[in-house]
Design a protein around this ligand. Structure first.
Ligand code: SF4
Ligand code: SF4
Length: 126
Protein backbone atom coordinates (compact mmCIF):
# COMPACT_ATOMS: atom_id res chain seq x y z
CA UNK A 1 0.00 0.00 0.00
CA UNK A 2 1.34 3.46 -0.92
CA UNK A 3 2.13 5.95 1.81
CA UNK A 4 0.82 9.51 1.58
CA UNK A 5 3.58 10.99 3.70
CA UNK A 6 7.30 11.56 3.28
CA UNK A 7 9.39 11.61 6.45
CA UNK A 8 12.33 13.04 4.46
CA UNK A 9 10.28 16.23 3.98
CA UNK A 10 9.28 16.51 7.65
CA UNK A 11 11.33 17.86 10.59
CA UNK A 12 10.42 14.78 12.66
CA UNK A 13 7.37 15.98 14.52
CA UNK A 14 6.68 12.49 15.87
CA UNK A 15 10.08 12.50 17.61
CA UNK A 16 8.81 15.43 19.73
CA UNK A 17 6.06 13.44 21.46
CA UNK A 18 6.75 13.73 25.21
CA UNK A 19 5.77 10.10 25.76
CA UNK A 20 7.53 7.59 23.53
CA UNK A 21 7.46 4.28 25.46
CA UNK A 22 10.21 1.72 24.97
CA UNK A 23 10.54 -1.94 25.91
CA UNK A 24 13.49 -3.79 27.42
CA UNK A 25 14.25 -5.34 24.03
CA UNK A 26 14.48 -1.84 22.52
CA UNK A 27 17.08 -0.80 25.09
CA UNK A 28 19.08 -4.01 24.51
CA UNK A 29 19.05 -3.42 20.74
CA UNK A 30 20.11 0.21 21.17
CA UNK A 31 22.93 -0.78 23.56
CA UNK A 32 24.24 -3.34 21.09
CA UNK A 33 24.02 -0.84 18.23
CA UNK A 34 25.82 1.88 20.19
CA UNK A 35 28.38 -0.50 21.72
CA UNK A 36 27.50 0.74 25.20
CA UNK A 37 26.45 -1.05 28.40
CA UNK A 38 22.68 -1.48 28.64
CA UNK A 39 22.65 0.44 31.96
CA UNK A 40 24.38 3.40 30.33
CA UNK A 41 21.86 3.53 27.49
CA UNK A 42 18.95 3.15 29.92
CA UNK A 43 20.27 5.97 32.11
CA UNK A 44 21.26 8.36 29.31
CA UNK A 45 18.38 7.90 26.93
CA UNK A 46 15.38 6.69 28.93
CA UNK A 47 13.48 7.58 32.08
CA UNK A 48 10.38 6.50 34.00
CA UNK A 49 7.03 7.38 32.43
CA UNK A 50 3.83 8.23 34.29
CA UNK A 51 2.23 4.81 33.84
CA UNK A 52 3.28 2.00 36.22
CA UNK A 53 6.38 0.26 34.86
CA UNK A 54 6.53 2.54 31.85
CA UNK A 55 9.90 3.60 30.40
CA UNK A 56 10.04 6.47 27.90
CA UNK A 57 12.72 8.15 25.79
CA UNK A 58 14.47 11.18 27.27
CA UNK A 59 14.35 14.50 25.44
CA UNK A 60 16.75 17.32 24.55
CA UNK A 61 15.89 20.98 23.85
CA UNK A 62 14.86 21.77 20.28
CA UNK A 63 14.28 25.08 18.47
CA UNK A 64 11.52 23.71 16.27
CA UNK A 65 9.30 21.80 18.68
CA UNK A 66 10.57 22.78 22.14
CA UNK A 67 12.03 19.36 22.85
CA UNK A 68 12.71 16.15 20.95
CA UNK A 69 14.07 12.67 21.58
CA UNK A 70 17.78 12.64 22.41
CA UNK A 71 18.45 10.37 19.46
CA UNK A 72 17.30 12.96 16.92
CA UNK A 73 19.99 14.92 15.07
CA UNK A 74 18.61 18.45 15.42
CA UNK A 75 20.39 19.69 12.30
CA UNK A 76 19.54 16.97 9.81
CA UNK A 77 16.23 16.09 11.59
CA UNK A 78 17.05 12.41 11.18
CA UNK A 79 17.17 9.59 13.72
CA UNK A 80 20.79 8.80 14.68
CA UNK A 81 19.91 5.22 15.60
CA UNK A 82 17.54 4.52 12.72
CA UNK A 83 18.59 0.88 12.19
CA UNK A 84 18.18 0.18 15.91
CA UNK A 85 15.25 2.51 16.66
CA UNK A 86 12.57 1.32 19.12
CA UNK A 87 9.63 -0.73 17.92
CA UNK A 88 7.15 2.06 18.45
CA UNK A 89 9.14 4.34 16.11
CA UNK A 90 9.07 1.62 13.45
CA UNK A 91 5.31 1.24 13.73
CA UNK A 92 4.40 4.94 13.63
CA UNK A 93 2.13 6.28 12.16
CA UNK A 94 0.57 2.86 11.66
CA UNK A 95 -1.46 3.93 8.62
CA UNK A 96 -0.87 5.07 5.06
CA UNK A 97 -1.41 8.70 6.16
CA UNK A 98 0.31 10.81 8.80
CA UNK A 99 -1.93 13.53 10.23
CA UNK A 100 0.95 15.89 10.86
CA UNK A 101 2.27 15.43 7.33
CA UNK A 102 -1.17 16.26 5.91
CA UNK A 103 -1.16 19.45 8.02
CA UNK A 104 2.43 20.27 7.02
CA UNK A 105 1.68 19.77 3.32
CA UNK A 106 -1.47 21.89 3.52
CA UNK A 107 0.35 24.77 5.25
CA UNK A 108 3.29 24.63 2.81
CA UNK A 109 0.83 24.82 -0.06
CA UNK A 110 -1.20 27.75 1.28
CA UNK A 111 1.91 29.61 2.51
CA UNK A 112 3.53 28.95 -0.91
CA UNK A 113 6.69 27.94 0.94
CA UNK A 114 7.91 24.35 0.49
CA UNK A 115 10.10 24.65 3.60
CA UNK A 116 7.45 26.15 5.91
CA UNK A 117 7.19 24.54 9.35
CA UNK A 118 3.98 25.29 11.26
CA UNK A 119 4.92 25.78 14.90
CA UNK A 120 3.69 27.93 17.74
CA UNK A 121 6.98 27.47 19.55
CA UNK A 122 9.44 30.40 19.54
CA UNK A 123 7.29 32.37 17.13
CA UNK A 124 8.58 35.97 16.99
CA UNK A 125 6.34 38.42 18.77
CA UNK A 126 4.60 35.85 20.98
S1 SF4 B 1 5.42 13.24 11.80
FE1 SF4 B 1 4.77 11.86 10.16
S2 SF4 B 1 5.84 12.59 8.30
FE2 SF4 B 1 6.83 13.50 10.11
S3 SF4 B 1 8.57 12.09 10.51
FE3 SF4 B 1 6.81 11.46 11.79
S4 SF4 B 1 5.74 9.90 10.57
FE4 SF4 B 1 7.11 11.00 9.19
S1 SF4 C 1 14.54 6.86 18.47
FE1 SF4 C 1 14.73 7.89 16.54
S2 SF4 C 1 12.76 7.63 15.51
FE2 SF4 C 1 12.45 7.17 17.69
S3 SF4 C 1 11.75 9.08 18.60
FE3 SF4 C 1 13.99 8.99 18.84
S4 SF4 C 1 14.83 10.08 17.06
FE4 SF4 C 1 12.68 9.59 16.64
Amino acid sequence: MANFYNCNRCPAYCCSYPRIPVQETDVLRLAKHLGLPTETVARKFTKKGDEPGEVILRHQPDETYGSVCRFLDRETRRCTVYEARPGICREYPGACRCGYYDFLSFERRVQEDPEFIPSTFNRPGT
